[in-house]
Design a protein around this ligand. Structure first.
Ligand code: MG
Length: 380
């Protein structure tokens, strides 16, 4: 029986993780669940999965939940609660399903204990890829990607050697604005940007998909996860989202992983790796899909994608600056204070303004994140 800790249990990855676990009650037990604020959704999860402890990031809502559920399970609060459970609780698999930079600190605690890290929170690798992969090596922690593209590549690389890889090819759906030109893209509404054609996800990642920053973050994620240089990472637009990514080897052979656009599949693989377990999820029908199409990404239109490639050249804290600036810019777009086309502008300004530190330690990364946020928050 594997004990699973889920950080971010009421987001789309967290809910899908519980959907997977529900099928295998004899194999997994939920050790802990955490949420930012959504205690109304957490309460039924506590009833069903009986975690030993839950963490609510918002301190006031944590006490409210305590009053509601009595002694059904232990309730902790705040960032300290997140770090505490990652650092001391008894568990086997850490599922990092939180959004954004805040996933980093608890993930570092799990890594230091040599746990299996099933990682959906790509920002952890974007802001601290070198540090995180170095610590994983040192403490013998295993990183298994949940992000569908990286899960696809991880599966294609099983039984292969990374030095025989010519190229990793990340697929991208192209998001809701694939057909729009650059001028039209500047004035899209929040509602249009949140209307993703293929994947149902949280707001932050849906906006990132519309700007293609999501693919940019995934390039950086792939660079660290598979220890491969950026010249060997390509992006191809594949609107059907059936092929989740591909690996091309030195002999020209290409392996691909296909599936329905459903996160339950990569989540289950991360939880059961290296085994595959039978499930009753929907199956793909190739004749029904008919044809698959591919096209090159437009770097001029999707400036965020180009910025992500650029920060890999800069190295150091540049990816951390890119990520922090993007998180603040996306918030500003969502609350209506900036236009969509302003997102890459704010990121560029931050990259010009904030100092890049080479080979950063944890403190430097946290400081850089904070400094970038304050800077971009003050911009309009
Ligand atoms: Mg993805």
């Amino acid at each position: 029986m594997k004990k699973v800790l889920i950080l971010g249990s009421t987001g789309s990855i967290g809910i899908n993780t519980l959907n997977v676990l529900r099928n295998f009650p004899e194999k997994f037990k939920v050790a802990a669940l955490t949420v930012n604020t959504r205690i109304d959704l957490l309460e039924p999860q506590i009833e069903e999965f009986h975690p030993d402890v839950v963490v609510v990031k918002d301190e006031k809502l944590a006490s409210e939940l305590k009053n509601r559920i009595g002694n059904k399970c232990k309730v902790l609060a705040g960032n300290n609660g997140l770090i505490e459970i990652a650092a001391v609780l008894d568990y086997d698999i850490f599922v990092g399903a939180m959004v954004g930079f805040s996933g980093l600190a608890p993930a570092l605690e799990a890594i230091k204990r040599g746990k299996v890290i099933a990682l959906a929170n790509k920002e952890t690798l974007v802001v601290a890829g070198e540090l995180v992969t170095g610590l994983c090596k040192k403490h013998n922690a295993k990183l298994i990607p949940i992000d569908s593209e990286h899960s696809a590549i991880f599966q294609c690389l099983e039984g292969e050697k990374i030095d025989q890889v010519e190229k990793l090819i990340l697929t991208a759906s192209g998001g809701p604005f694939l057909e729009k030109n650059k001028e039209a893209l500047a004035n899209v509404t929040v509602k249009e940007a949140l209307n993703h054609p293929k994947w149902k996800m949280g707001n932050k990642i849906t906006i990132d998909s519309a700007s293609m920053m999501n693919k940019g973050l995934e390039i950086i994620e792939a660079r660290w996860l598979f220890n491969i240089t950026k010249d060997k990472i390509d992006v191809v637009i594949h609107p059907q989202s059936v092929i989740h990514s591909l690996v091309q080897f030195v002999d020209g052979s290409i392996k691909a992983q296909l599936g329905l656009p459903d996160m339950k599949l990569p989540i289950q693989y991360a939880l059961t790796y290296p085994e595959r377990l039978q499930n009753n999820f929907d199956r793909i029908s190739l004749p029904q899909i008919g044809s698959l199409t591919f096209l090159n990404p437009d770097f001029d239109k999707f400036e965020c994608l180009k910025l992500a490639y650029d920060v890999l050249d800069s190295g150091g804290t540049a990816p951390c600056i890119l990520n922090a600036a993007n998180e603040v810019a996306v918030d500003k777009f969502l609350n209506g204070s900036i236009k969509f086309s302003r997102i890459p502008n704010l990121i560029t300004k931050a990259l010009e303004k904030i100092e890049n530190h080479k080979e950063p330690d944890v403190e430097t990364i946290f400081e850089c994140d904070k400094q970038t946020r304050e800077y971009v928050l003050a911009l309009s």
